[in-house]
Design a protein around this ligand. Structure first.
Ligand code: PMP
Length: 460
């Protein structure tokens, strides 16, 4: 490990950070007494901080992003080659990388054909919201303008996406928000809101229909859902849910927007999370895993039918998608995404995700058998969660501070895990795991052993 960085020693860097950097998602009072975390190097799933401490990263860069793992020289080379050839040209021009990556991407998405580029998950989701509003304005006399989102889902950090936020602790204080975003109930079977219904999945989907009928079906343009709710608690959809949701969208002519920002590009063992559930979306958004954090790139993917709505009537000066993202034209994004995709294919990472995902889930179930604080285990592929409760019968959520203590204990023991952090009042009680898709059996074991010790340390 090299402890000098551009001629600056570690102490200087830590103090510069403490004095001048405002970290994301952080209460800074803590850094008056402890050093802020600074990561400096990574290889595979291993990560080293500025003090040379080694970690095994079970959440792919903190927020489920680095799907192909750290230290991928071939992606860096692809980006470098592109940057020295041409770093940037945007406006209405295309690029070689975007053309080739778009073609490869939609090959994996039957029914989809058009890709629109941006820089972040929030931004890609905003593109959909704007398109839905524009379709309403140009094709439905402005009536189908409302967008449904789900309790516990998250779609981004901008005011538009926070208007569609099902996690009250994320949106608190930032309103008022743009109108026309309407919440539908969650579909977490473990916390069944319809105990008398014979089929939870159908009941949870019917709850969406009830909201549609209350609001007026003619006013609803789109339904925006995560295929598996990520930060809201790793909520895998119940059996029967998606077929009914699909039916409801069709019945009321509502466009279906699947937010694949977390699940997209292999996380669940398929290219997209929605492909586990036979969903036919009208819009798909992806971000984190597209280039695994080697470039800031997100995509909004849609059908030719939607695309055509913005192409007809060319004499109308308003009838095209009047949107630009300055850095959506950074040419490094698509070339990084192409190489990222090649790695996933050539190294068989989807297959590895299925095999290691099963091992991971089996490990969590073993821990559940040993530790009564684990009330529920959920997941798909290498996207897993363990919900902690005070009591398995009452399912009372574990105190957030104790869940945090487990995360901290794992970190102190060299494994980085995540949790539903400050998103749901009284319900920040799910541990989250999303290791790189290249994880091996030894690494799964290290995560399980560390978690086992942490649960014993915190809960006895
Ligand atoms: N959608 C989902 C499901 C997410 O988890 C996130 C980020 N955690 C976003 C959208 C927003 O992505 P970004 O932070 O890149 O704007």
């Amino acid at each position: 490990m090299n402890h000098m960085h551009d001629g600056n020693d570690n102490r200087h860097i830590i103090e510069a950070d403490r004095n001048h950097v405002w970290h994301h998602l952080s209460q800074h009072k803590q850094y008056e007494t402890v050093d802020p975390p600074i990561m400096v190097e990574g290889k595979g799933l291993r990560l080293w901080d500025i003090r040379g401490r080694e970690y095994l990263d079970a959440v792919s860069g903190g927020v489920w992003t680095v799907n192909v793992g750290y230290g991928r020289v071939s992606i860096a080379d692809a980006v470098r080659d592109q940057l020295v050839r041409l770093n940037y040209f945007a406006g209405s021009a295309g690029s070689v990388g975007a053309a080739l990556f778009s073609e490869r991407l939609v090959e994996k998405m039957p029914g989809m054909s058009r890709v629109y580029y941006a820089n972040s998950g929030s931004e890609a989701n905003e593109k959909v919201f704007k398109m839905v509003r524009q379709i309403s304005a140009r094709h439905h006399g402005g009536r189908k303008w409302k967008i449904l989102f789900r309790e516990r889902d998250y779609h981004g950090t901008t005011l538009g996406t926070l208007a569609a936020c099902g996690q009250p602790q994320r949106s608190a204080d930032y309103g008022p928000f743009p109108p026309g975003f309407v919440e539908v109930p969650h579909c977490l079977e473990y916390r069944n809101q319809y105990p008398d219904a014979p089929d939870y999945g159908v009941a949870a989907a019917n709850a969406i229909e009830a909201v549609i009928l209350r609001e007026g079906p003619d006013t609803i343009g789109a339904l925006c859902l995560e295929p598996i709710t990520a930060g809201g608690g790793v909520i895998t959809p119940p059996v029967g849910y998606w077929p009914r949701v699909q039916e409801i969208c069709k019945k009321y002519n509502i466009l279906l927007h699947i937010d694949e920002v977390v699940c997209g590009i292999g996380r669940t063992g398929r290219w997209f999370g929605y492909q586990n559930y036979d969903i036919r979306p009208d819009f798909v958004t992806v971000a984190k895993g597209v280039a695994s954090g080697y470039a800031a790139i997100s995509c909004m993917i849609t059908t030719e039918a939607v695309f055509d709505l913005f192409k007809d009537n060319p004499d109308d000066p308003l009838n095209y998608f009047r949107d630009i993202s300055t850095f959506g034209g950074c040419l490094s994004g698509p070339v990084a995404a192409l190489e990222n995709m090649r790695i996933i294919e050539d190294e068989g990472l989807l297959e590895n995700t299925l095999v290691m995902g099963e091992r991971f889930m089996a490990g969590l179930h073993e821990l559940m058998a040993k530790h009564p604080v684990i009330g529920d285990v959920r997941g798909k592929g290498l996207f897993c969660g363990a919900e902690l409760v005070k009591d398995r019968i009452t399912k009372e959520p574990m105190d957030e501070k104790l869940v945090q203590a487990v995360v901290k204990q794992c970190m102190a023991d060299g494994v980085i895990i995540g949790m539903t952090n400050r998103s749901l009042p009284g319900m920040n009680n799910t541990l989250c795991f999303s290791p790189a898709l290249s994880i091996n059996a030894d690494e799964v074991k290290q995560i399980m052993d560390t978690l086992d010790r942490a649960l014993t340390t915190v809960f006895g």
